[in-house]
Design a protein around this ligand. Structure first.
Ligand SMILES: NC(=O)c1ccc[n+]([C@@H]2O[C@H](COP(=O)([O-])OP(=O)(O)OC[C@H]3O[C@@H](n4cnc5c(N)ncnc54)[C@H](OP(=O)(O)O)[C@@H]3O)[C@@H](O)[C@H]2O)c1
Length: 296
């Protein structure tokens, strides 16, 4: 089975590569080989390589910068996704597209279902939402084009909330962290596993819903996660200084971006369909910090 992966150097791309099953011929691409700011070239690239699957891990992920870089964000997160989907459909192959909790506005007080009404608050969320819609339309809601939504993605490598907090905690005796945005942290490990499981099941003839939602279980604020990171780092001797972590409100944090206050995804059906179980975000954070300490 030949699989084309984009965004090979990103935190999710790396985890998916690390977890590749035996017998897969993985064609790993970075921006250098396949630049998603050129939708036509994306189409041509897929047509020339003819993979059985495309796993699109590439995205414009800088939520702050996207506000002033609307066009590029739209090219990468929407139009190139359309091209990848069109080419994949043309050669009768399959696509996995990753998306985000930021397609929702956060006004709901309970976890979002896959088919809940979307209403993104920022450019990143809007452009990712268009990308989702292209995949659903082009594949006519079939299992050939699957959107996997996730939230608050973290890994021991790369640029994410956990690695940023670990660096901040090591250098400061006081940090302020937002405590009125609630979401579900997700380890790249569980997401990579879900991706490969979807490919295995669909390749074996199973039909899956066109939108899957995968996160670790439970809910947390950014403040809760920072406290958990701090506690675990102290316990395992990764950190020896004392840091005061102060909860603050979103309104006290300078940002150009409007973010949802509540963006937990309901993942029950998706885990059942994938024959997988989720596990608590606290365990995911502990594993992540242990990997960070080991440098893996
Ligand atoms: N991070 C989160 O909290 C989060 C939450 C929900 C959903 N997601 C989704 O999950 C997926 C994976 O995200 P991630 O966290 O792994 O992101 P990431 O670590 O920022 O990786 C994104 C990758 O996309 C590549 N990329 C950026 N612009 C590109 C372009 N023009 N052409 C080709 N590649 C390009 C980057 O390459 P360079 O490194 O060379 O720029 C990088 O390898 C994305 O679809 C994202 O929207 C992420």
């Amino acid at each position: 089975m030949k699989i084309l992966i984009t965004g090979s150097n990103g935190q999710l791309g790396k985890e998916i590569i690390k977890n590749q099953p035996f017998g897969v011929d993985l064609l790993k691409t970075t921006k250098a080989e396949l630049d998603l700011k050129e939708p036509n070239k994306c189409y041509e690239y897929v047509m020339s390589k003819k993979p059985d699957w495309v796993i699109n891990c590439a995205a414009y992920t800088n939520v702050e910068k996207a506000e002033s870089d609307k066009d590029l964000s739209y090219l990468i997160n929407s139009l190139s996704v359309k091209s990848l989907a069109e080419a994949t459909k043309r050669i009768d192959s399959n696509l996995i597209q990753f998306s985000t909790d930021y397609v929702f506005n956060g006004k709901k007080k309970q976890p979002y279902l896959p088919d809940d009404l979307k209403s993104p608050l920022n450019i990143y969320g809007q452009t990712k939402s268009f990308g989702e819609d292209y995949v659903k339309d082009i594949f006519n809601n079939s299992s050939k084009g699957i959107v996997i939504r996730t939230s608050w993605l973290m890994s021991s490598i790369g640029n994410n909330f956990a690695t940023k907090i670990l660096k901040l905690l090591a250098k400061n005796d006081r940090v302020n962290i937002i405590n009125d945005q609630i979401g579900a942290p997700t380890s790249t490990k569980i997401l990579a596993k879900a991706c490969w499981q979807a490919i295995k099941l669909i390749s074996g003839g199973k039909t899956l819903p066109p939108i899957l939602q995968i996160t670790n279980s439970g809910e947390a604020s950014w403040y809760d996660i920072a406290v958990e990171i701090y506690k675990t780092s102290k316990e395992i001797g990764l950190l020896d200084n004392t840091v005061e972590i102060n909860p603050i409100k979103t309104s006290e944090y300078k940002s150009k971006v409007i973010r949802p206050y509540y963006s937990v995804l309901d993942c029950k059906e998706s885990f059942e369909e994938l024959l997988m179980k989720s596990y608590d975000w606290e365990k995911a954070i502990k594993d992540l910090i242990s990997d960070y300490q080991k440098g893996i």
